[in-house]
Design a binder for this molecule. Structure first.
Ligand SMILES: [Fe+2]
Length: 243
């Protein structure tokens, strides 16, 4: 469970700043999805701090490893993605539920909506979850996702990314963002990446290849810390709702 002194910033917090342009013109569907009216403050009882509480028993020990839940191994480049969930003062946020979803190595989601002509992988469903440990650390074993085309504009392709969701102490305390991989040639063409307007904030969405995290002859390692606290130094940018 997250400690009482941990700072969780809600999406409707007054400190919600302009660093993420939720109605970003280059990202076409935000025209319909971005709020165009003042945010509504939910009644106090909707902020019940008692739930959800995710005990260890709610998480299967294989939930963090997306490569072992099927009959065979998924195709692609095996990677470990790990980092810490921190508040802006560097304190770890313990026991927080972190969920991820992603495309497979060919850039295809296991989802009916995704009809991109790339192969599905019967050994990969692209979803995982884990709880942060006492040091605020999460860890996933997965496959590096492929880039995929989307219909936003002519010849639009997403940089490789993993979607992350972080739950706080209540269902109203959910933040969603995307983690990228260093050196992706598609960064400069991606309106979603650029909807985070501050270049320094964009850099914080890019993971860091780490040889020390890399397992010899088994998996490349990436480090990516998530810092909660909008506007605070080094804080991670989050989306307005799901993506
Ligand atoms: Fe995606």
């Amino acid at each position: 469970m997250i400690s009482e002194d941990s700072q969780i910033v809600l999406p409707d917090d007054p400190s919600f700043g302009p660093e993420v342009q939720v109605d970003y013109p280059g990202y076409r569907s935000t025209r319909w999805r971005a709020p165009d009216r003042p945010l509504v403050t939910l009644p106090e009882d909707q902020h019940d701090p008692r739930g959800p509480v995710f005990g260890e028993s709610a998480i299967d020990e294989r939930d963090h490893d997306l490569t072992v839940r099927h009959d065979g191994e998924p195709l692609g480049e095996r990677i470990t993605v790990t980092g810490r969930l921190l508040d802006v003062d560097g304190r770890p946020l313990r026991g927080a539920l972190i969920e991820i979803w992603q495309a497979n190595a060919a850039g295809r989601y296991k989802h009916d909506v995704d009809q991109h002509p790339a192969p599905l992988d019967p050994n990969f469903d692209g979803a995982g979850r884990c709880l942060t440990d006492d040091d605020g650390r999460y860890r996933f074993v997965t496959i590096k996702p492929g880039s995929y085309p989307w219909g936003n504009h002519e010849n639009a392709w997403r940089p490789a990314h993993i979607h992350f969701s972080v739950f706080g102490r209540a269902f109203t305390q959910r933040l969603v963002t995307q983690m990228y991989f260093p050196g992706d040639p598609l960064f400069e063409f991606d309106p979603i990446f650029h909807s985070v307007r501050d270049p320094k904030a964009r850099e914080l969405l890019v993971s860091r290849f780490d040889l020390a995290t890399t397992s010899p002859a088994w998996a490349l390692g990436y480090q990516w810390d998530i810092v909660l606290g909008r506007g605070g130094p080094g804080s991670t940018s989050f989306e307005e709702g799901d993506a």
